[in-house]
Design a protein around this ligand. Structure first.
Ligand code: PEP
Ligand code: MG
Length: 577
């Protein structure tokens, strides 16, 4: 059986399936005769839960970050909370309820109590109490959690989705690939897989029910294909492809310390997209010369509560220090659309991608916005930070965002707190209106970064998540190429200003020659794409790339542009894997 999903992290993995699904547990309803024994059972379960949480916490701190590990501190707190623990014991004593039922009842009661409170802090506690309650109940009932921290052999992890606690404790030596029912290229699992360089295919709908433990599975994260129990011929084909891929990666790794420069000396910057400090290592390892997009929303999404200024400051500082003076573009919060925060209740919208998203949400929640800006400013003394505003539709929004940034600077000045006074400010170009008016906006900014993921969605009126119309989603469409050209030209009209690109198109090997020929200065992508793009940049002269870009602009459709680009790549003798 071959299935097609979203190729979220490149490479090929072949191993036995390990189906990781958490079963629904049935809670017994019986009363108990021996209340003392039941109380002891409950105490033991609480003790075991505390030990488990301490272990998960330690692993999360190692594999992820302190911020992500702190989630488990919040869980552990409940196990010392008399409102939870003593109340359950009182119930067992008073009603002779069995320990699992008493725990379930108290968990439900606290969940409902938190649910009734509007405060985002208490909203976030709902998920915590549910997790803790389930853990204690499992320990009471002797249900072993499926352990993925210590696997005996290499596996492909098959799951509905993977939570941060799953990836934290996962045995990274033996997990060779992921295949999941849900997820998108920007979901947590996708970002995790890319930073761990594990091939992954997501969004396979029901792979968890179609695959059994021990089935042989091939995951091709580059094409999005998953093959279950392949025949000998298919297996051989993929083994060969895997070998070729790995050899090619080794060959590309040799380019790590060489500049991204054409044969006639035109330089571009190849930088990484990151979602958390954990992704830094991958960018450095692949020779990235900085960060072109730090998606800070993951810091918010992976937390149960709104991250405060200090938490954010630490994360930004960690990234800036790791890059040691190289540029790090920190994008301010981009929530809304498909990204939600558990602790921030937003009104339902008819068209969330056209709604209260990103900068619009930040303007609506000025304190939230200012907390982030102050955290970035404070961190800016530890490296070269640049600030980038998302979802800008016109110059008035840039002015407004900058005015709020100025307020933050003033507040820091008043307190004598240092920040980089020369900090550069730019915007994402992801709304066609901004691309068309780039010449009006350019005096207000230091740089542009083209977000083709959204620019394509908004220009072509194609929902980036809708499979039914994905055939229309093509960044090679002449409309997109013309917008890109317009933006680059506008930025180059003022000395020292530049245009980058941080949408997926920047890491598309068939786009490199055209984008470089159009004059794109900086390409920001998943770390693992950097070596391949560097190879292409180094294989051609700038003059030739300009010729290719000009020719591409004469074509009428996205498909024609892609065919043409493929031929040009072939002519240069570059293989794309
Ligand atoms: C984009 O829209 O191209 C982009 C980089 O932002 P995101 O994918 O986070 O919306
Ligand atoms: Mg975007």
């Amino acid at each position: 059986m071959t299935k097609k999903g979203i190729g979220a992290s490149p490479g090929i993995a072949i191993a036995d399936a390990f189906v990781y699904v958490k079963e629904d547990v049935e809670i017994p309803t019986n009363k108990v005769d021996n209340v003392e024994a039941e109380l002891e059972l409950f105490d033991d379960a609480v003790k075991k839960s505390k030990e488990q949480l301490a272990q998960v916490r330690e692993k999360a701190a190692e594999a992820l970050s302190e911020e992500e590990a702190a989630i488990f501190d919040a869980h552990a707190l409940f196990l010392d909370d008399p409102d939870f623990v003593d109340a359950i014991k009182a119930n067992i004593e008073a009603n002779a309820d069995n320990a699992a039922l008493a725990t379930q009842n108290k968990t439900d009661e606290m969940w409902a109590m938190f649910d009734a409170m509007d405060d985002p802090y208490f909203q976030a506690r709902k998920a915590d109490i549910k997790d803790v309650g389930t853990r204690v109940i499992n320990n009471i009932l002797g249900i072993e959690e499926v352990d993925i921290s210590n696997l005996p052999n290499d596996v492909i992890l098959i799951a509905v989705d993977l939570a941060p606690s799953d990836t934290a404790q996962m045995d990274k030596q033996h997990v060779k690939g992921f295949a999941t029912d849900i997820g998108s290229r920007t979901s947590h699992t996708a970002i995790m897989a890319r930073s761990l360089e594990i091939p992954a295919v997501l969004g396979l709908d029901n792979i968890t029910t179609e695959v059994k433990n021990g089935d042989k599975v091939i995951v091709d994260g580059s094409t999005g294909e998953v093959v279950v129990n392949p025949d000998a011929e298919t297996l051989k084909k993929y083994e060969e492809a895997k070998k070729n891929y790995e050899e090619y990666q080794k060959e590309l790794a040799q380019l790590k310390d060489l500049p991204a420069e054409t044969t006639d000396g035109h330089k571009v910057e190849l930088v990484g997209n990151i979602g958390s400090p954990n992704d830094v290592e991958g960018v450095l390892k692949n020779g990235g010369s900085g960060v072109g997009l730090y998606r800070t929303e993951f810091l918010y999404m992976d937390s149960d509560t709104m991250p405060d200024e200090e938490t954010q400051f630490k994360a930004y500082k960690e990234v800036l220090q790791a890059f040691d003076g190289k540029p790090v573009i920190i994008r301010t919060l981009d929530i809304g659309g498909d990204k939600k925060l558990p602790y921030l209740t937003l009104e339902e919208e008819m068209n969330p991608f056209l709604g209260l998203r990103a900068i619009r949400l930040c303007f609506n929640e000025p304190e939230l916005f200012k907390t982030q800006l102050k955290a970035i400013l404070r961190a800016s003394v530890y490296g070269q930070a640049l600030i980038m505003f998302p979802m800008i539709s016109g110059v008035q929004e840039v002015k407004k965002a900058k005015a709020i940034l100025d307020e933050c600077k003033k507040e820091l000045d008043e307190k004598g707190i240092k920040y980089d006074k020369e900090i550069k400010v730019g915007i994402m170009i992801e709304i066609p209106a901004a691309a068309v008016t780039a010449d009006i906006i350019v005096p207000e900014v230091d740089f542009f970064s083209i977000g083709t993921n959204d620019l394509c969605q908004y220009t072509l009126a194609v929902d980036r998540m809708n499979q039914n119309i994905s055939y229309l989603y093509n960044p090679m469409h002449p409309a997109i190429l013309r917008l890109i050209k317009n933006v680059i030209q506008a930025s180059h009209s003022e000395v020292g200003k530049f245009t980058g690109m941080c949408g997926e198109f920047a890491g598309d090997p068939y786009a490199t020659l055209i984008l470089m020929g159009l004059g794109l200065d900086e390409f920001s992508m998943s770390a693992s794409s950097i070596p391949q793009i560097k190879k292409i940049v180094r294989s051609v002269s700038y003059q030739e790339a300009q010729r290719i870009a000009n020719d591409a602009l004469q074509l009428s459709t996205g498909d024609e542009v892609l065919d043409f680009a493929k031929k040009e790549i072939e002519k240069l003798g570059i293989k794309i894997i």
